[in-house]
Design a protein around this ligand. Structure first.
Ligand code: FES
Length: 218
């Protein structure tokens, strides 16, 4: 789908969120264009530049700096596999290589049917449940090769897949719209899932009288 008048209107809505510094709107604007086209196209860069009174080069500098902005169309679902040491050693490397083999694609590539793109990602601060992966930026914790194969099969069959933290997996473009700041009504999906495993380190720190980030010991 190409950028439309509706996209332009919504981009202007985003700019209004930043009355003192319009250029601060650029990041959510780029996410909104990705939600429409599945990537940041040359037309999207031109449009954001025009609306923010920046040069296309300035917008390109942002779009090429952050890895969440894609310069080629992404598949319906974007699967990220953390390959940083903790996740990689505990199975992330194996999950990634089996995904490549099963889907017949490599890093940052998309299947011919447009269903899946895969990429290696850096630490998501989800090491507690390593190996950690994401599907359309929703966490899929404590994964394995078999669990990931099951997720891929269900998504391909159009079956419902839930993130291990609650929300239902939608698709890359829907998540991009959420990241652009448009309410998806899913703010409380999954509830507060900071469980005992996630809080274990904090509890040890408290038990040992370590100061919290404010310098106190609550
Ligand atoms: S190393 Fe993978 S989430 Fe931290």
């Amino acid at each position: 789908m190409a950028l439309t008048e509706e996209t332009r209107t919504e981009l202007l809505e985003i700019i209004k969120r930043y009355p003192d510094q319009a250029r601060s709107a650029l990041n959510p604007m780029l996410h909104l264009t990705q939600s429409v086209e599945g990537y940041v196209s040359p037309e999207a860069i031109e449009l954001c530049a025009e609306l923010l009174e920046l040069t296309p080069a300035e917008v390109s500098a942002v779009a090429t700096f952050y890895t969440m902005y894609k310069r080629r169309p992404v598949g319906k679902h974007l699967i990220g596999v953390c390959v940083n040491p903790q996740c990689g050693i505990l199975g992330g490397d194996e999950i990634f290589s089996s995904l490549c083999s099963d889907l017949g694609i490599g890093n940052d590539e998309t299947t011919e049917d447009g269903m899946f793109s895969i990429e290696k990602i850096e630490c998501q601060a989800a090491c507690t449940y390593a190996p950690s992966t994401t599907v359309d930026w929703e966490f899929m914790d404590d994964m394995s090769v078999d669990k990931m194969r099951d997720v891929v099969a269900k998504l391909r069959a159009g079956e419902t897949v839930e993130s291990t933290r609650g929300p239902v997996i939608r698709d890359f473009r829907a998540t991009e719209r959420t990241i652009a700041g448009f309410d998806d009504g899913l703010g409380n999906a999954g509830g507060n899932n900071a469980d005992a495993v996630m809080l274990a380190g904090l509890n040890v720190a408290k038990a040992n009288g370590m100061p919290d980030v404010d310098g106190g010991n609550k």
